[in-house]
Design a protein around this ligand. Structure first.
Ligand code: UD1
Length: 365
């Protein structure tokens, strides 16, 4: 009897987490694996480019739910995923990360009595105004296997009453992808295409609702960017959410004045890794990028008040700077002047997390 598994993806940060699991599982004939895409992200640049770059197979099931308010999007995924589950008779559903697709599919699985594994469990920002924090807490409460990336995850889960027998410290599947693809990413031509020289630009990502959905906060960050771009080029692959807000808030003219701020479309995986690896500094409010820069040894300033990934601060190159222009500019200037925080790679971020997860699953089924 084969172990029937559904691997779930929905949004951009999921694809690089599921890819190494798909590859590893394919080498074990005991598994019968289906890849399910909820369609939370659907633009070519937010989805298909990643399938191509990561060598992910076409999803076996595509729910096509698209965008919507949180209740609407989560609800739609649940309705559609339940239909699939009733047809499929799976033994296990695997969800990754903290997006709406993660909690929606997790909830459907457990209500149907199907085992649930959460990859990247236990991370906590302790900020419940973040939609991802709610998704993380709830998914962890209902999971049967909790695969954690860093030791802080274990403390968090134990504090929330999770049975220690369900918690497994396996490392970081997103870093599996990074290490698997780093060499290929080096041949990306993105620097030439964007007319950039290694170490002579800042890479920026910005899309957290707390930063871009509130005009005042967005304007404050733009003030910092304006100052920084006077000394070095900033490249900003822009997320659709941020693009939309810039227009809504009428901030287009302000941006035009910043002649060294280059706004570009969202990049594919390999191009983006190349961009990160050659940057002098990375400014971000993303979760995963804090981890990627830590492994690449690139300075990272996180424009948030907190991080759910504390190991990137205690051991890595990450510094939390919040959203105030003055602090962002001061910390950026230090790095541009060569005052760097030394970091090291966290334990088990060695490219073998997927292998460990698969071993644990085989032992337990
Ligand atoms: C989602 C995740 C977030 C993750 C981010 C990475 C949740 C709660 N949030 O946020 O944790 O960091 O993905 O990208 O799941 N849109 C498009 N095309 C797309 C997808 C979205 O234009 O392919 C636009 C739509 O206007 C949509 C908005 O972006 O309303 C937000 O998309 P949504 O999936 O709700 O959340 P993200 O901000 O992308």
């Amino acid at each position: 009897m084969k172990i029937k598994i559904i691997n779930v993806v929905g949004a951009r940060p999921n694809f690089m987490k599921i890819a190494p699991l798909m590859t590893e599982m394919a080498t074990h004939p005991q598994f019968e694996v289906s890849l399910l895409h909820t369609g939370q992200h659907y633009d070519r640049s937010m989805s298909q480019f990643f399938f191509d770059d990561l060598g992910l197979p076409k999803p076996d099931i595509y729910l096509g739910v698209g965008s919507g308010r949180h209740g609407e999007q989560t609800g739609k995924i649940m309705v559609e995923f339940e239909k699939v589950m009733l047809d499929h008779k799976s033994d296990l559903v695997i969800v990754v990360g903290d997006v709406n697709s993660t909690i929606a599919c997790g909830l459907v699985a457990v209500k149907l009595g199907v085992k649930l594994a959460h990859v990247e469990a236990g991370l906590r920002s302790f900020d419940r105004s973040m939609p991802e924090e709610i998704n993380r807490i709830l998914t962890d409460q209902i999971s049967d296997f909790l695969f954690i990336t860093e030791k802080s995850g274990e403390e968090n889960l134990l504090r929330e009453g999770i049975d220690p027998g369900k918690i497994f410290f396996v490392g970081n599947v997103m870093i599996d992808s990074l290490l698997n693809h780093l060499q290929r990413a080096q041949s990306s031509k993105i620097l030439d295409e964007l007319n950039l020289k290694p170490q002579q630009f800042v890479a920026l990502t910005l899309h957290r609702p707390s930063n871009v959905d509130v005009r005042e906060n967005f304007v404050e960050i733009l003030k910092a960017l304006d100052e920084i771009q006077k000394t070095i080029t900033i490249v900003f692959p822009i997320h659709p959410r941020s693009q939309k807000r810039l227009q809504e808030f009428g901030l287009g003219a302000k941006l035009k004045e910043m002649t060294q701020l280059k706004i570009v479309d969202p990049l594919g995986y390999l191009d983006f890794i190349k961009l990160l690896s050659e940057a002098k500094l990375v400014l971000t409010d993303s979760g995963g990028i804090q981890e990627e820069t830590t492994v690449l040894g690139i300075p990272c300033l996180t424009m948030r008040e907190n991080t759910e990934r504390p190991v990137t601060v205690t051991q890595g190159t990450n510094i939390i700077v919040g959203g105030k222009a003055e602090v962002i500019v001061a910390e950026s200037k230090k790095i541009l002047a060569g005052i760097l925080k030394q970091g090291r790679r966290p334990d088990l971020w060695d490219g073998k997390a997927a292998e460990r997860i698969v071993k644990i699953l085989l032992k337990n089924f």
